[in-house]
Design a protein around this ligand. Structure first.
Ligand SMILES: Cc1ncc(C[n+]2csc(CCOP(=O)(O)OP(=O)(O)O)c2C)c(N)n1
Length: 194
């Protein structure tokens, strides 16, 4: 069963998102819909961010496809609820094994975006599930812990899954996110294709 640290022992999600961008300034970062997108925008709004809308359960699959298509580092900022919705995708990640892919599960153990209902993440050890699929994995609950595990992940010769225990809640403010589909696709795609 996954460890469930109390809120006081969980990391700040905006600070974790900032650490990811600081460690890999060139990375494409794919954020889960809602909370993960808002925290990423608060930390570092940039054209190499792709903010999902609506498509819960598709964040890691989208990141996997992207990692297979580009050479840059690709980082997925997952939600625990979203990953639970498509948990089998971790076996696909292990099978395809792009070395440039890192999945950080922003695990607040809730469906934060829809009001904070408890998710079944309290029953699941994501790092153990990833390891069972054959993936390198780690569990962290501080910004410093994430920074260290994330930095190590960049040197791994395969994908890495990091279960990052974060506090629930939304950032007080973040830059506006333009979700218009054609604009969002063009802005992100033109970072990688001439
Ligand atoms: C298939 C589907 N079901 C439900 C929703 C509604 N919904 C949007 S965000 C969300 C919660 C997401 O939880 P999690 O992935 O843990 O991320 P968090 O909100 O905690 O950051 C839900 C249920 C949706 N967008 N798509």
């Amino acid at each position: 069963m996954g460890a469930t640290p109390p809120p006081s022992e969980r990391a700040d999600q905006t600070a974790c998102s900032a650490a990811v961008v600081e460690e890999t300034p060139d990375a494409a970062v794919v954020a889960n819909l809602g909370g993960a997108a808002y925290h990423l925008a608060a930390a570092a709004e940039r054209p190499r961010n792709f903010y999902l809308t609506g498509a819960m359960g598709c964040t890691t699959p989208l990141g996997l496809g992207l990692a297979l298509a580009v050479e840059e580092p690709v980082t997925v900022l997952e939600g625990d609820g979203s990953l639970l919705m498509s948990l089998g995708c971790l076996s696909t990640v292990a099978d395809a094994a792009p070395a440039n892919l890192t999945v950080v599960v922003m695990n607040n153990a809730t469906y934060g975006t829809t009001g904070g209902q408890t998710s079944n993440a309290v029953l699941v050890d994501f790092a153990a599930v990833a390891a069972d699929c054959g993936l390198a994995s780690a569990t962290v609950s501080t910004v410093e812990g994430l920074r260290a595990a994330y930095s190590e992940a960049q040197d791994e010769d395969g994908p890495v899954v990091i279960d990052c225990k974060v506090k629930s809640g939304m950032p007080a403010e973040h830059p506006p996110i333009d979700y218009a589909h054609a604009y969002a696709k063009h802005r992100f795609r033109s970072e990688f294709v001439e």
